[in-house]
Design a protein around this ligand. Structure first.
Ligand code: AKB
Length: 316
């Protein structure tokens, strides 16, 4: 049995992860949300939920006590482009919030998962085959909070024995809950345009490679890393994980194989482009493969077929 608190349960990852955790564990999987982002539908009906604002340590502690929580998934964050326009808020949620989670976890002996990102690197890291352990000098507030989060989580593991673990997520692609304010969001939006028969205006320039991943693989990674035997882990925060890397031309032509009339033009957004230019082209995920058996299941073709199929059912 496992009792899990998901903070940020109605966001892009949280909404799907909470449902998946409820399917595999028979304890209480608590959907933590902030007012204005209440769970709806199946997410609201299939298990407990309560207001848990990550910036409020008391609310986190109350949820942990009430449901005898043993694991916290901390998914509260601003995505990269939004974080650049609200850097103080990004820090407050990403780092002050994480400190609240870690303190509650220390006192109440919970394990903690806090995602990092490909955004935790920066222009000085090797761009191709970006190693697990390398220079992390991001120039975005998003990246700064991600590196700080990795270090802080490792500190709590070393100093207090808190079982903190995480992965560096690539851009995540899903047909369920849209992302908001990320640099990689174009790779989700492009499928919506293709299915709706609309011209897609791509905010990222041709030739810009970024790691991407289909949501089912990302959810599996978030669960498998927390279930991995601790003795096998040489790293904790955070593991590189990867499944595919492409630029807008590659995904456009892949979609066109299945939607021949689909058209795309470029309207590059300077903010998102500058962020993307500072990120890796492709991560090396050897350590995750060796230490806890990470293996992606979806490549670009399998993801594209599934996205188009699911979005047609959802939108048409
Ligand atoms: C973003 O684009 O901000 C995120 C990420 C890669 O961390 N999807």
């Amino acid at each position: 049995m496992k009792n899990v608190l998901v903070i940020g349960s109605t966001g892009q990852i949280g909404s799907e992860l909470t449902m998946k955790l409820r399917k595999i564990y028979n304890g209480d999987i608590v959907a933590g949300y902030i007012p204005g982002a209440e769970p709806k539908g199946e997410l609201a009906e299939s298990g407990p939920s309560m207001v848990v604002d990550i910036t409020n340590a008391q609310q986190i502690a109350e949820a942990v006590d009430r449901y005898h929580i043993d694991t916290i998934y901390n998914l509260a964050a601003l995505l990269s482009a939004v974080a650049e326009s609200k850097p103080q808020l990004a820090w407050h949620i990403g780092i002050d919030g994480l400190l609240n989670v870690l303190e509650v976890a220390r006192e109440k002996k919970c394990a903690v998962f806090t995602p990092s990102s490909i955004g935790s690197f920066g222009p000085n890291a090797p761009k191709d085959g970006t190693p697990q352990d390398t220079i992390q000098q991001p120039r975005t507030m998003y990246g700064v909070t991600k590196v700080t989060g990795e270090l802080l989580s490792n500190y709590y593991a070393l100093k207090y024995g808190v079982d903190t673990r995480s992965v560096r997520f690539p851009g995540l692609i899903s047909y369920v809950t849209p992302p908001g304010g990320g640099t990689t969001d174009y790779a989700v939006d492009i499928y919506y345009s293709a299915v709706k028969g609309e011209l897609f205006k791509c905010p990222i320039a041709a030739g810009t490679l970024m790691d991407m991943m289909y949501m089912p693989d990302a959810l599996r990674a978030a669960i498998e890393i927390m279930e991995a035997p601790e003795r096998k882990l040489r790293h904790r925060n955070s593991f590189n994980i990867a499944s595919m890397s492409f630029d807008p031309e590659v995904i456009y032509h892949k979609i066109k194989q299945y939607v021949p009339d689909f058209e795309m033009v470029y309207e590059v957004d300077p903010l998102r482009q500058s962020i993307a230019d500072s990120w890796p082209n492709k991560l090396d995920d050897t350590c995750a493969r060796m230490e806890w058996g990470w293996r992606p299941q979806y490549d670009l073709d399998a993801m594209t077929r599934d996205m188009l199929d699911k979005l047609r059912k959802k939108l048409l």
